[in-house]
Design a binder for this molecule. Sequence first.
Ligand code: PEP
Ligand code: MG
Length: 560
Amino acid sequence: MDTQETAVIKGKAVVPGVALGPIAVVAPRPAVPEAGAEVDEGQREAEYERFEQAANAVTEALKERAKSLEGHAADVVNATAGLASDRGWRRKVKKTTKQGRNAIDATVTATASFVEMFTANGGVFAERVADLEDVRDRVLAHLQGLPEPGLPVLTTPSILWADDLAPADTATLNPDLVIGIVTRRGGPTSHTAIIARQLNIPCVVATGPTDVEISSGETEGMISGAAGELTVNPDEDVAKQAVHEWQQLAEKIANWEGPAQTKDGHRVQLLANVQDGPQAASAASTAVEGVGLFRTELLFLSSTKEPSVNDQAAAYGRVLNAFPKGKVVVRTLDAGSDKPVPFVEAEEEDNPALGVRGVRIAWDRQDILERQLDAIAKAVEDNDRGDAPTWVMAPMVATADEARWFAGMCHERGLTPGIMVEVPAVALCAREIMQEIDFVSIGTNDLTQYTMAADRLSSPLAHLNDPWQPAVLRLIKMVCEAGAETKTPVGVCGEAASDPLLACVLTGLGVNSLSVAAPSAAGVGAQVGDRTLEECQKMAAAAVAATSPVDAKKAAADAG
Ligand code: PEP
Ligand code: MG
């Protein structure tokens, strides 16, 4: 594509903030060399020593770097140094060199088997894969007499664009020169995300591959952390205005302490979207009041076997425990389509987003859902939650019959049932469906995809896949009206709630709770707190009446 053309790369929001500057490309890892010739028996010991010297050099250099750092940054670099000196890994290299493989080949093979093991273990182990690969690349560089891979030398404040940052590199980031970080890989709890949060550098992760051309140090970019976007070659005036608005807001955010309410005291519950205990614990350190969406399927993405009820209950308990007095909304498995869960065997389908996903899996496998509800009930019982509400909701419900069926299973276990509003049919029949359950939570990610008939993962359809689409806003309005009439709480837990301006529109539409990625919470709380309820209502009316997402956003901004 034309290098001057504006393009938006979307990923997962990690740290909010808007910054404009040249994009510095972090060189991809060096190509892993082809397997070399077999080493003569008499040379094999020396070959292992060659590896050991390289691994020692890497360990020492990392330890040396850690000495110049403090706190968590030093811990991260020391942990990477620990991997470079790990006995198990070195033993595996030794064994491989003894079999006749050269040092480079043995390093690659041994690391691959550890990567496989870490990935299979999932969770925090899987997140250390980047560390392992980093250590491997450093050792390979030493073995080949090359400089160690790492960050480019920055002379001007820049946005980093990387596959993923190695922990040892993230630990030495200088926030004066690194004004944004965007990675193709990683996740909201990877090292890059942790360090970016700690340094408060706007950060977006997991964009996936892209064909947008970026020339290091030359292509201009604008990172919008809360929106999870990197705009390449942005319009200069628009970008400067966005940066200015962010700086003004940043000051308010820094001083915001919660709870969320409009300027005139209308309360909106601000909750967090989480996927496991550590994420819930980190959300608990912000001003959110609880969890509005606990995506349970993400706990088990690497399990090939269904976790036992006890194991599930323990994992759910860790999230409940992070908010012993706050509301926690647990979503039952949303398996299928963009979230395949290995232990749920699914038929191959031509059109998985419109296929057997979410609660539909339980049509044939009600036993899996029942065991999950047993585990949730056990977690509630084991964790003595007193009056703290634990709500349970089903994803991808489309009819009143499904809502009733799900609610029945929850009632049998003393659980409070709700459903997600992700299918337009549910918004259209909200009044009737609300008779069956106790609350709804609008999943704007899927509601937008299904309303606009636009795959949420498709970049060419990104302009359709925008929750500011008036059609989506009108459906949300219908749900809020039905909620007010039937006295059913209406939350929003899709990414739309993390957009501070849209959060004001949602408040104006009558949404009772907003569930957001924890790093976005203060930004949302501060923006909602900056307006009266009447202003939010005017913003909502203006956005709903618009004919395009751009107009809706502008109309809302002008009205508020
Ligand atoms: C949604 O669809 O908006 C939602 C919150 O669910 P998920 O993104 O996990 O599909
Ligand atoms: Mg969804």
